[in-house]
Design a protein around this ligand. Structure first.
Ligand SMILES: Nc1ncnc2c1ncn2[C@@H]1O[C@H](COP(=O)(O)OP(=O)(O)O)[C@@H](O)[C@H]1O
Ligand SMILES: [Mg+2]
Length: 255
């Protein structure tokens, strides 16, 4: 099987001499189709920088990011916008929904930007809304929704164009534990039933326990990897906590 994403020796340096920060210091990993991969690390370890490089929001200083045979670091302008739309669905900690649009208008926004037929979009919207249990908030505005509903609307928007991969940056970071669990159940359900490939950054061990594999980063390098084996989610969670405790502080919430 061919990897969806191939990251090799990725380096990102912010700023100029003498005020430089090396946020990524040689990151190498692959994402296979259908994976649910988590990236964990404490605050400042480089998680968002990594995701932003993959999302082509920022340019890495070195290394390569290859997706579908294309090196993203060589794309620009229109080909970049095209790449983002077709390949990546992005989930943000703070949902990033447009307040003056309804749920369905938010979800359908990417389809108008990428010339998808109205009939096809409506069908996809209906299926996603049922799956994500947001049918009753489609006509509401974000302010009228709970945090969990907003993140599920954002999930539908991320998936409306059938992207090759979902990138999620702390998708449960702004949610209470009940809503966080619900959103994670939906994401892992989409991974299981819809074969969605998900790369999620989180510092929340509960959220991470839904992943099948986790890379731990510290100071811009991968220092450990866990794979969920033939074990309960609870057992996997306990193993995650142990690694996170090594990351410093020993607390459950490192951030
Ligand atoms: N735009 C920026 N300019 C300068 N330094 C930055 C910038 N963004 C992040 N950093 C630094 O890079 C490091 C990694 O940050 P980040 O990727 O946001 O970590 P995380 O998401 O794991 O908290 C930190 O030391 C942070 O201060
Ligand atoms: Mg971050």
């Amino acid at each position: 099987m061919e990897a969806i994403l191939n990251i090799e020796n990725l380096v990102k340096v912010y700023g100029n001499v003498p005020n430089q920060t090396k946020a990524l210091n040689g990151i190498t990993f692959q994402v296979m189709p259908g994976e649910f991969l988590g990236i964990m690390g404490s605050s400042g370890s480089g998680k968002s920088t990594l995701l932003n490089c993959i999302a082509t929001v920022i340019q890495p200083s070195g290394g390569s990011i290859v997706m579908g045979g294309k090196d993203l670091t060589s794309l620009n302008g229109k080909s970049l916008a095209n790449y983002r739309g077709k390949n990546i669905g992005y989930l943000f900690q703070n949902f990033e929904l447009l307040d003056n649009l309804t749920g369905s208008e938010n979800i359908l926004l990417p389809t108008s930007l990428h010339n998808v037929s109205e009939k096809e979009s409506r069908l996809r919207l209906k299926q996603l809304a049922e799956y994500l249990e947001i049918t009753d908030v489609l006509d509401k505005f974000p302010m009228q929704m709970s945090g969990g509903q907003r993140q599920r609307v954002a999930t539908a928007r991320a998936l409306i164009l059938h992207p090759k991969m979902i990138l999620a940056d702390e998708p449960t970071g702004a949610l209470d534990s009940k809503n966080a669990k619900n959103v994670m159940e939906k994401l892992s359900g989409l991974n299981r039933d819809d074969k969605a490939t998900i790369l999620m950054v989180t510092h929340d061990s509960n959220a991470a326990s839904f992943c099948k594999r986790i890379l731990f980063i510290q100071d811009g390098i991968i220092f450990h990897e866990l794979r969920r084996g033939d074990e309960s989610q609870r057992e996997f969670y306990e193993r995650i906590l142990k690694v996170m405790a090594q990351l410093g502080g020993g607390s459950y919430n490192v951030l």
